[in-house]
Each structure stands twice: as structure tokens, then as C-alpha cells.
Design a protein around this ligand. Structure first.
Ligand SMILES: [Zn+2]
Length: 382
């Protein structure tokens, strides 16, 4: 296998300098459409109409490669968008390691995955390697609620199973990821002048504090976590706060536990409101009580791939061919793969070696990208 390291480095660097924050993926999508059209005339480049629902300036791209061997098609997925700060990325290379100049992210999450796919296809074509058909899927808005994946028109794909290149670690396959619920609740009390008429107020912040004091947060057990990440309320120190908004999330690899912990959060908040009674001396109307408005939404469902699934066996086989060990792990977070698995596209996640993602410290090593390219080529050429 003749992987061209410098060619891989060049396309990776070029893509890192194309800004593609969530919702603004069009320039990167255009770069890819041009590249695939010019270099691979046999590929069929399609897109869905997901921009209408995601709010992005680009649709999801699906690129279909014909095969010269019979066999079930597989797909590979990367997301086009990055988190901020992503404006004006300068790529710094020291030896084989890439990072940003320090003011921005690098964007290796997930452009390293895209670069790996491009180099894999280039190498396969150059070496005239035989392979069954395969699909490439490039999604938008992954970082803002997996919106591209949620809106993906899967009828554009021929493959029903495949791989997302979107994790840290090398020679690593992620076969499970937790489900997540988002919750937010508003507690409404009663506003009053804090100095003149405290008897007329119900302090919403104090009620929220009672709720939070009772909530199970942090690592709840070996497969579940909970967090309250934002609290907003109050206007001034001389006003008893009328309302407070509390926002948080719960994750678990177990759907049952996710439901139980979500209910606990709701119950904890409700019981504080139910137990409330006016202070002696309060001057509140008979019907004035604090109110709770609680909302729970599913961010993404859990994914769990059986050890014997063909999507994993194919990796076993590729690893044997490459004479390397692949580690199998569960992830702590959700990604496009959670949505794909839910929608009937069995998807395992391949580690691509990215490090310190979602920070200005982000970096990646060219040697790790090369290693992953070898794995992808082995998977495509079966
Ligand atoms: Zn990512």
C-alpha cells in the first residue's frame, strides 16, 4: 500500500484553512464536490435537501463509488462542521504533528477523517485495488445537535452499515455510546422589592437552590452521568427574583436508567415546589404559589453494536490483514453514529488520532492519520 503522506498532509491542511463552523459548511462541501468530480469521474455525487431543516448553507453530501468486486456496499461518514473558534485557522506543523497557531481550533475534528478518506480513495485508485461499492457520507451541523445526521435522506445511500471516522484514539473502534436527555425547567416565584416588601415575594433562586441541592449529579454509576450546566435568573439585588431557568443533561448507556434518572430530576424539582409553604408573616394572595415548568427532550438515543455484528467482524478481518490489534471501547458522548444506528444504518466509530478536540490545543499526528488510512483501505478492499 503506497500511502502518500505528504499528499495526505496537503489536503488536510488545505481543508483546515477552509472555515466551516456549524451551519456554514458550504465552502468545504464545494471543495469536496470539486475534488471528487475532478479526480474520480466514476463517482456519483449527490446531496439531500437537509439544509431546509438544519438551517445550514449546505446539504449533506453522499458520494457513491462503483465497485469492481461483488459484495455489500459499506459507507464511511465524517462531519463537515467544526466548533468555534474556527475563523482564520493557521495550521502549524512540527515534524509530523499538526496544531493551530493557538488562537483557534485546528479542525482535525473532523477534517482529519475527511482527509483520511480522500487519501484512502486516491491510494485505492492509484494502485487499482479491487473493492465492492462504497458510499461516503458528509454531514453538516454535527456539533450543534447532530442536525445533519437527523435530517439525512438515507435513501441516497446504498450501504446499510459502515463507519464514522470521528473519535480520538488510534486502532480504536467505538461500538457503544450513551443516550442523552436534555432538560430545562423554569421555577416561577413572585417578584417584590427586597427591602420594602420581602413579605410579598417568593424567591425563585432559593427554590432552585433547594432543587439542585437534592439532585444526583456527576457520575451516577458506571454507565450514567448527570449535569446542571446553566442557571439563569434574577434582575437585581434589590428585587426578589421572580423566575429562574435551570438547564442540564443526563447521559446513560442504559435506556432504562436514563428514564429513571430523568424522572428523579423531575421529581426532585416538583417535590420542592409541592413542599413549599408561605413564611409566617407572608403577604401573598391565597392563590399565589411557586410554579414549575419542566421540559425533557431526547438529544440522541444510545448505540450498542454486538461484538458479532458484521460491521465489527469486518474490522477484525482488516486488523488481521494489517497485523495489528484493534481496541474496542464505549464512548462517553454522542455523535452522528447514534442517529445512524437508530435509523437502521449500523455504524461503528473509528478513532482517527485527534487530540484535545474542541479546544485551541487541538492537534493530530500525520503518522496516526496514515495508520487510520491503512485501516480504511483494508476495510474498503475487504
Ligand atoms: Zn467530531
Amino acid at each position: 500500500m503506497n500511502i502518500n503522506n505528504e499528499r495526505l498532509a496537503k489536503v488536510f491542511t488545505a481543508m483546515c484553512t477552509i472555515e466551516s463552523p456549524s451551519g456554514e459548511e458550504a465552502r468545504l462541501a464545494m471543495f469536496l464536490k470539486d475534488l471528487f468530480a475532478q479526480e474520480f469521474p466514476e463517482a456519483v455525487i449527490t446531496e439531500d435537501d437537509s439544509a431546509r431543516t438544519t438551517g445550514s448553507d449546505s446539504n449533506n453530501l453522499v458520494i457513491l463509488f462503483p465497485g469492481n468486486l461483488p459484495g455489500e456496499p459499506i459507507f464511511f461518514n465524517c462531519h463537515l462542521d467544526t466548533v468555534e473558534p474556527s475563523r482564520g485557522v493557521t495550521v502549524v506543523r512540527e515534524g509530523s504533528r499538526f496544531s493551530s497557531a493557538g488562537e483557534t481550533i485546528l479542525g482535525g475534528d473532523d477534517k482529519a477523517g475527511i482527509a483520511i478518506l480522500i487519501e484512502a480513495v486516491r491510494t485505492i485508485k492509484e494502485a487499482r485495488l479491487s473493492h465492492p461499492p462504497f458510499d461516503l457520507v458528509f454531514t453538516t451541523c454535527e456539533e450543534i445537535g447532530l442536525r445533519g445526521a437527523k435530517a439525512l435522506d438515507i435513501s441516497l445511500l446504498r450501504a446499510r452499515e459502515g463507519y464514522a471516522l470521528d473519535s480520538s484514539g488510534v486502532d480504536l473502534l467505538i461500538t457503544g455510546a450513551p443516550a442523552a436527555n436534555h432538560f430545562h425547567f423554569t421555577i416561577t416565584g413572585a417578584a417584590a422589592h427586597a427591602g420594602l416588601h420581602p413579605e410579598r415575594g417568593i424567591n425563585a433562586i432559593q427554590l432552585a437552590a433547594r432543587c439542585l441541592a437534592d439532585l444526583p449529579l456527576g457520575r451516577l454509576d458506571e454507565e450514567s452521568t448527570a449535569n446542571v450546566g446553566r442557571i439563569t435568573g434574577g434582575k437585581a439585588t434589590n428585587i426578589i427574583p421572580e423566575s429562574v431557568l435551570v438547564e442540564g443533561e443526563i447521559r446513560s448507556h442504559s435506556a432504562e436508567k436514563l428514564a429513571i434518572f430523568s424522572q428523579q430530576v423531575r421529581d426532585a424539582a416538583q417535590s420542592v415546589i409541592d413542599k413549599w409553604s408561605p413564611d409566617p408573616g407572608a403577604q401573598l394572595g391565597a392563590s399565589v404559589r411557586p410554579l414549575l415548568d419542566f421540559h425533557l427532550t431526547q438529544e440522541y438515543p444510545a448505540m450498542h453494536i454486538d461484538r458479532h455484528a458484521s460491521v465489527i467482524r469486518r474490522v477484525d478481518k482488516a486488523a488481521t490483514r494489517l497485523q495489528r490489534e484493534i481496541r474496542y471501547e464505549r464512548a462517553g458522548g454522542g455523535s452522528d453514529a447514534n442517529i445512524f444506528n437508530k435509523n437502521g444504518l449500523q455504524t461503528a466509530i473509528i478513532g482517527i488520532g485527534m487530540d484535545h478536540v474542541h479546544s485551541t490545543e487541538e492537534s493530530i499526528d500525520l503518522r496516526d492519520m496514515k495508520r487510520t488510512t491503512e485501516l480504511v483501505i483494508a476495510l474498503i478492499t475487504n
